[in-house]
Ligand binder design. Structure first.
Ligand code: ADP
Length: 290
């Protein structure tokens, strides 16, 4: 089963065009939706999750017309929003059981709640209040609630912001495991998240789709076109005016610029293979044609 998004557009009442004619086909597995803040990721996620309407376009999950059968979609959806509020005084077990009741799960509810707490590795702390959980524990709890009812489509919005590296790794492992059998859409502005997890990806910015495909193909397309140079701060403006500057990173306190150019730009620029971060910046800076 695939999720097929056709020509989706949305303009908010303040005139912001958050989605402009976005079409995507999302297969089973982990799918990375990458874009800077304000790109339109949450708008797209919330539309797929039937929490808000689009102005135009359609979404199909297999045969299911999502925007015309919202209740049906919600039965097979697991959603972990950006801001996941919990009641701080309730225990993990009680909260998960409560959400299971709200989702209408009846037979086998106890077994499912227990199995999920084990699966996300919160069994030992199931009786502890959620208010005392770390960011990583809260995110794993969020995944447990998203998995209630055996969803076919799971949406995870900006999940690793605020996690420390250890927590992030545990969260990656959990997502990778889940992504084997269902469609998991991971929306993020963190390139690393996509690199670690996703077999397919899309890049969006300013409401437009800039790339859709595998990370490998995207890397292949920029091969031989990324050049780096360590410069003084004062030189950056000059480089910006003369080259297609895609990023400036600080390396040991000194700016390292990456530019996009079909052939060697000279001027002591060095060729580098280019990583997914270069792919990302090359697209959002308009160096690569969509
Ligand atoms: P992302 O999740 O990629 O950060 P969003 O979908 O949240 O992007 O936002 C896309 C654009 O739409 C931004 O410019 C944002 O300010 C604007 N936007 C988001 N929600 C609303 C809203 N409810 N009303 C008006 N503008 C909005």
């Amino acid at each position: 089963m695939e999720l097929i998004i056709n020509n989706l557009s949305k303009t908010y009442s303040n005139g912001v065009a958050a989605l402009q004619d976005v079409s995507l086909t999302i297969p089973k597995g982990m799918y990375g939706l990458l874009g800077p803040n304000g790109a339109g990721k949450s708008t797209l996620m919330r539309t797929i999750a039937t929490l808000q309407d689009a102005d135009e376009g359609s979404i199909f999950l297999g045969d299911l017309n999502v925007l015309e059968n919202k209740q049906e979609l919600r039965k097979v959806l697991g959603y972990l929003p950006q801001e996941f509020g919990v009641y701080p005084k309730i225990s993990a077990y009680d909260m998960l059981d409560h959400i299971a009741v709200l989702k209408g799960l009846q037979s086998g509810r106890k077994e499912m709640v227990e199995a999920l707490l084990q699966r996300v590795n919160l069994w030992d702390v199931r009786k502890k209040a959620l208010g005392g959980f770390s960011g990583g524990m809260k995110q794993r709890f969020g995944i447990a609630q998203a998995l209630l009812g055996d969803p076919k489509l799971i949406i995870v919005d900006e999940p690793t912001a605020g996690l420390d590296p250890g927590e992030r790794n545990r969260f990656y492992n959990l997502l990778a495991e889940i992504g084997e059998n269902v469609i998991v859409i991971l929306s993020t502005h963190i390139v690393e998240d996509v690199k670690e997890l996703c077999g397919q990806m899309a890049i969006i910015d300013k409401g437009r789709l800039l790339y859709a495909g595998t990370p490998d193909n995207a890397l292949h397309a920029i091969k031989g076109k990324i050049w780096k140079k360590s410069v003084a701060k004062a030189e950056i403006e000059n480089i910006q005016n003369n080259f297609r500057l895609i990023s400036t990173r600080m390396i040991a306190g000194k700016p390292m610029v990456h530019v996009y150019n079909d052939n060697a730009p000279g001027n002591e620029f060095e060729s580098i293979p280019g990583d997914l971060e270069d792919v990302f910046f090359a697209h959002i800076k308009g160096a690569v044609e969509a």
